[in-house]
Design a protein around this ligand. Structure first.
Ligand code: AMP
Ligand code: ZN
Length: 634
């Protein structure tokens, strides 16, 4: 029969966790001649210890086992630890030693619950047999580390529950690591995309630079003095030319050199005959239309791209108008190039077509040269943003026109031609100079513009004021032929309409529309007319949500692309990403459904009350919403 010490020294440490909070270990003491029980209470951070000699354990032997030998005693302890037969009971009441109070102060408020001792109960293999060990609090700060270290080195997870807990922890860690990896992968893709975009941007800038340098002739670019002098001379020459632009004006020689003169002629011919025009009139200063026979011949010669453009122009009265087809034919739908477009883009084509279709130049005696200057400068003032670019302006322009004419607003509000003209200008400029980041970004970064406009409709103020600043230059003064009163009315209407596109004021406008509709059945007072026009532009601005799916989806992708770029900028500055702008947490489906449910559907419903001919758009929004219901990307 082996002695107590022999048996003790043969036993490995046994270890268990009770209540998921207290770790208990039984094994040899440091002196190797006593049984040591150590415990660590993770809820309070307190450690407990008892060391029992052979004589102290003798009376426990019989309470734990029937066999009066140490091998059976240790086996019973071993089995209890390995089968969940160990439980603990915290004993309060006895004063906690001073060291415990010290621990309590350092222990982040946990020490107040420190038990003075723990009762560790081991159930023996035989019914009714058990032993209770009293472990006293110990201020030994190493206890916790000893326990953890031993657990790790022995890998002594005894109870199946412990394995489960450990496995669950590992699974959670694995999931978190995988999510992190996915996030990093997405960020990498975004960074690569940014890099590609910036490379393309650089290429466009370099091409543009080469083009500009070529126009400066053979002067050396090394000699900056010469270059500067040349630019100054060119500028002065431009200023000296009466009524000519101080800015680059490709139409100065009246031959529409940089625009496609053939295309302009064809567009004008769609709506006006040579008999209706007079080359000596300012309104026909640049473009004289073809006869119908000549036009038909020209149409027959169009290449595929231009033919698509031509077909799209033929649907300018339709809700299904595809601005993409016009843009692609003009300079491609690559948003980075949209701010250059030396031959004009979709905004140029659409606005010129609408001017001709409504015969605005003749009606208001507008100089065609100035009109073309204005259109091209407005188009060039749009940045190469994914969404807020000149193609968006062209789209909103056409839909505003649709709502006024086909949707019945002109009739319902008894609008004048002057008001319709002002509305088209407002739509064309409504996002002029948009930097691709929203009002909130400006406000939260205290940008110059936010300060300039006192955090109120920052961008919308910018859009209108920049264009009116441009119009101070006679070469771009589209309104010079109007009387002072008319100029005032056009300006007022444009300001009201563009400021209304601030989505921060959306609720106010919808409430105002509802209120006015409840007041009386007609909608023809001047303030009602302006409100009607503002509502039309607002609807056009978010109309992508109610367009056929093949038009809506590309716009949805573009708006989210721009949102993600803003999110990138916020992240780079250490700011929280704005809602729906974090590409690391994609949720296009959710954001689109939310936008349509809470903003678009109620808005379109209200408009349908004012303009019953627009009710079809409510149904289209529902169709687009249904698309996302089965295409979740999150
Ligand atoms: P604007 O900035 O003038 O174009 O105002 C319209 C605003 O409506 C945009 O800035 C977007 O915030 C929002 N918007 C338009 N279309 C969508 C869309 N499909 N999804 C989410 N937001 C949109
Ligand atoms: Zn817009």
């Amino acid at each position: 029969m082996s002695s107590f010490k022999d048996q003790l020294q043969r036993e490995v440490c046994v270890y268990t966790i009770c209540d998921s909070t207290v770790s208990v270990m039984a094994g040899m003491s440091d002196t190797a001649d006593e049984l040591a029980l150590r415990a660590y209470d993770s809820t309070t951070g307190a450690s407990y210890l008892c060391q029992l000699s052979e004589s102290a354990l003798l009376q426990m032997q019989s309470s734990l086992t029937d066999q009066p030998d140490w091998a059976s005693f240790f086996l019973a302890i071993h089995n209890a630890f390995h089968s969940g037969g160990v439980s603990v009971n915290r004993v309060e009441g006895r004063p906690v030693p001073a060291a415990a109070a010290a621990f309590s102060a350092a222990g982040a408020d946990r020490g107040s619950n420190v038990a003075s001792s723990l009762e560790v109960q081991c159930i023996g293999g035989v019914k009714g047999k058990y032993a209770v060990f009293i472990l006293d609090y110990t201020a030994d700060g190493q206890q916790r580390y000893i326990m953890e270290h031993l657990v790790r080195s022995h890998a002594t997870y005894c109870h199946p529950k412990e394995f489960e807990q450990r496995l669950a922890r590992l699974r959670t860690e694995e999931e978190a690591a995988r999510a992190k990896r996915d996030g990093l992968d997405r960020e990498l893709v975004a960074l690569n995309e940014n890099l590609t975009r910036n490379r393309e941007k650089l290429k466009i800038y370099l091409d543009r630079k080469a083009e500009l340098l070529a126009t400066l002739g053979t002067h050396s670019t090394d000699n900056t003095d010469n270059l500067w002098k040349l630019i100054k001379e060119k500028e002065q020459k431009a200023v000296d030319e009466n009524n000519q632009s101080q800015l680059a004006n490709p139409l100065r020689d009246r031959r529409c050199k940089d625009f496609d003169p053939l295309l302009l002629r064809m567009i004008k011919s769609l709506y006006l005959s040579p008999e209706q025009c007079d080359s000596s009139s300012p309104a026909d200063r640049v473009v004289m239309p073809f006869s119908q026979a000549e036009l038909a011949a020209q149409v027959g010669l169009l290449d595929d791209k231009r033919a698509a453009l031509w077909r799209a122009l033929g649907t300018i009265d339709s809700w299904n108008f595809r601005v993409f087809d016009i843009q692609c034919a003009m300079s491609g739908d690559d948003y980075l190039s949209l701010s250059f477009q030396p031959n004009g883009g979709s905004l140029f084509v659409t606005l010129y077509a609408l001017f001709c279709k409504n015969d605005f130049l003749h009606r208001f005696n507008i100089d065609e040269q100035v009109a073309l200057n204005w259109i091209s400068a407005v188009e060039a003032g749009y940045h190469g943003n994914p969404y807020h670019n000149s193609m968006h302006a062209a789209d909103v322009l056409q839909i505003t026109y649709f709502i006024i004419i086909c949707g019945g607003l002109k009739k319902r509000c008894e609008l004048s031609d002057l008001q319709v003209f002002a509305a088209l200008l407002a739509a064309a400029i409504h996002d002029f100079d948009h930097p691709g980041i929203n009002n909130n970004f400006h406000i939260k970064t205290s940008s110059h513009l936010a300060t300039l406009y006192n955090d109120r409709s920052v961008l919308e103020n910018l859009h209108v004021s920049s264009v009116f600043e441009l119009m101070k230059n006679p070469a771009f003064d589209l309104l010079s032929s109007f009387s002072a009163a008319e100029r005032h009315e056009i300006r007022d209407t444009m300001i009201e309409m563009v400021l209304a596109t601030d989505m921060g004021s959306h609720g106010k406008y919808v409430a105002s529309l509802k209120g006015k509709m409840q007041e009386r059945s007609t909608f023809t007072k001047p303030e009602e007319q302006v409100l009607g026009l503002a509502i039309a532009l607002k609807m056009a601005d978010v109309s992508n949500c109610g367009r056929p799916l093949d038009i809506y989806l590309p716009w949805g992708a573009k708006v989210s692309d721009e949102f993600y770029q803003q999110g990138d900028r916020e992240r780079n500055r250490g700011l929280d990403c704005s809602p729906f702008m974090n590409r690391l947490e994609p949720n296009l489906a959710k954001s689109q459904i939310a936008f349509m449910t809470y903003i678009i559907s109620p808005f379109f419903e209200q408009i349908a009350e004012l303009l019953p001919d627009m009710r079809f758009a409510v149904g289209l929004v529902e169709e687009n919403k249904a698309y996302w219901a089965c295409h979740d990307d999150s």
